[in-house]
Design a protein. Structure first.
Length: 190
């Protein structure tokens, strides 16, 4: 095998290029079980994963590397609760922007505001949808004022979330993808 030079910071890209020819866009049942186990017990090690899944440690490591390289697993960090940090008000803000500025400068402005948790380009009457948090309703006004202070934003429409009915989740999707792959391959698991 030739010597492979991996520039720092590009490990994910190199892994993707190495594994891309043999990968498809789906996950199988073992991937789904591995992701579920890591989501349920984030501090578990690779060796313990291999024991619980009843596969070799190298298999677990290889699967993890492939899932990270493909972007299926995007991080191993803690999930932080804004509410526990004192940000008890959550709102969704639809922004209309001046088209001559484009989305990128507006997104850069939004990225400078810590209370903006995420922003998505959308279809419909608005251009961007943001999920934001604040310490109180009065603080929410301060956050919105900071958002709309950018000249590229024409209008903001805010909806305050009263209660979370279904928290952000991906495990049902992971399990469905693993099941879909298993049933399409004709595999029956006891």
């Amino acid at each position: 095998m030739s010597n492979l030079h991996i520039p720092p910071g590009n490990v994910r890209d190199v892994l993707y290029r190495l594994y891309a020819p043999v990968m498809n866009d789906s996950i199988d049942a073992l991937d789904a079980r591995l992701i579920s186990l890591l989501a349920e017990e984030p501090r578990i090690g690779v060796l313990e994963c291999s024991r619980r899944l009843r596969v070799a440690r190298g298999t677990v490591q290889a699967r993890l590397d492939k899932l990270v390289a493909r972007g299926v697993i995007q991080g191993f960090g803690p999930e932080v609760s804004p509410q526990a940090l004192g940000f008890g008000v959550m709102a969704f803000v639809t922004l209309e922007i001046r088209q001559r500025f484009g989305h990128d400068p507006v997104a850069s402005h939004l990225a400078e505001i810590p209370e903006v948790l995420e922003a998505h380009t959308i279809t419909g009457s608005g251009d961007l949808l943001c999920r934001i948090v604040a310490r109180s309703n009065a603080d929410l006004q301060r956050v919105i004022d900071g958002i709309v202070s950018y000249e590229g934003i024409v209008r903001a429409s805010t909806i305050i979330a009263l209660a979370e009915q279904i928290p952000y989740r991906t495990l049902p999707l992971v399990r469905a993808a693993g099941e879909s792959r298993r049933s399409s391959a004709g595999v029956i698991e006891a």
